[in-house]
Design a protein around this ligand. Sequence first.
Ligand code: GPP
Ligand code: MG
Length: 281
Amino acid sequence: MTSTILRTDFEKSVAAYWNTNRDDPVNLRLGEVDDLYHHHYGIGPYDPSILDGPADTREQRIIAELHRLESAQADLLLDHLGPIGPEQLILDGGSGRGGTSIMAHQRFGCEVDGVSISEYQVGFANEQAARRGIADKVRFHFRNMLETQLPGNTRQAIWTNETTMYVDLFDLFAEFARLLRFGGRYVCITGCANDVTGLRSKAVSRINEHYTCDIHPRSQYFKALAANGLVPINVVDLTAATIPYWELRARSEVATGIEEPFLTAYRENSFHYLLIAADRI
Ligand code: GPP
Ligand code: MG
């Protein structure tokens, strides 16, 4: 029988990547700082003084700083969700190890659902919620964000934090349009290719290869939003704000090798780090 969660060979290979990628110090060591485990990048300047001081604790200071910048990114995303009451429902599309969902619950006090096609990540994130005593409020499901099986017209807000490069945007936004209430907000942070510089650059192709993903051109986001009744209210180019994170990460022991392609892609202008907020009409 075909799984309704993993429907294609591509989705199976993405799930396999995240299910087997369990020994990832670049995410685990940062998460251990305060038990918020992220799968996204950071924004804002780093404090250069962390590179001074005792050499034996330097790496520890870099890890803490990278984590601070990743949490700042999640905070910025949540700032754009608009006012959320404790009685409202919100959804994290591609919830990873749960960091952004837990921060959202802490901020708004509301119930949060997260969906991921990685059973391992769903288990990890649910354990985090249980350890914090909020498992009744923050729930992670082994489900496909293209077909969440959640009731329609129920969500005040939905976000995707660097997960849209795994899916067809028209399919995704059709599902989000179904789930959002009228006036509900969708916020996306993503890396996207620059239509102005032409088709995908070598550096962007290397990022795709590294994560088994398929980075979309910027234009595709706006076409797919418009086709699904999602009207942009804010578009923020975060490219300049994310470069310091990558520069600092490149100097860390947890660097994975993908730092140079990101820095090249951003600096040559073939790739942008974008926040898009849109309202459901
Ligand atoms: C995940 O972050 C990154 C992605 C899901 C895809 C690529 C994102 C783009 C903006 C192109 P991670 O925290 O798991 O990555 P890493 O292990 O490198 O820190
Ligand atoms: Mg990471």
